[in-house]
Design a binder for this molecule. Structure first.
Ligand SMILES: [Cu+2]
Length: 150
């Protein structure tokens, strides 16, 4: 009887999994770019995330083959002082948008394994709370760039 119960449980779990697509499957990334700074200074990565799903998608961070470490940060400024802190998660609301942009949320890229030049494309695997990932190509822009455009 134990086996029967277990197999029924597994069947239920698998059916449940199939019914719900992953968080990453509902998210579309646009305007992805990296601000490359001289020397080995950390680079900020920015992107707009659109969630077409009925549930929030929770960004936890990213991985990259090029940068040894990627952290999710939030910048803020108080009284002209700019600072940033680590954040565990950034929620992309259901049918909503979350923006990573200079002065706000960003992915902080450190320890490049190879030099990254403006014009290069760097792929990051955006990671969501359910373990799903969204491969996204980021365009490297120079230090004085304001956005993903020219
Ligand atoms: Cu940072």
């Amino acid at each position: 009887m134990k086996w029967l119960a277990l197999s029924l449980l597994l069947t239920g779990l698998l059916a449940g999994t199939a019914a719900h697509a992953t968080e990453a499957a509902h998210v579309r990334a646009s305007g992805a770019w990296i601000r490359v700074l001289p020397a080995a200074l950390p680079a900020g990565a920015y992107v707009t995330l659109h969630n077409g799903g009925d549930r929030p998608a929770v960004l936890r961070g990213a991985r990259s083959a090029v940068y040894a470490e990627v952290m999710l940060h939030q910048s803020s400024s108080t009284g002209g002082m700019s600072r940033m802190r680590m954040v565990d998660a950034l929620v992309v609301p259901a049918h909503g948008t979350a923006t990573l942009a200079p002065g706000g949320y960003h992915l902080m890229l450190t320890q490049p394994k190879q030099p990254v030049q403006p014009g290069d494309t760097v792929r990051l695997q955006l990671q969501f709370a359910d373990g799903s990932t969204l491969p996204t190509d980021f365009i490297a822009r120079p230090a004085d760039a304001l956005g993903a455009g020219r």
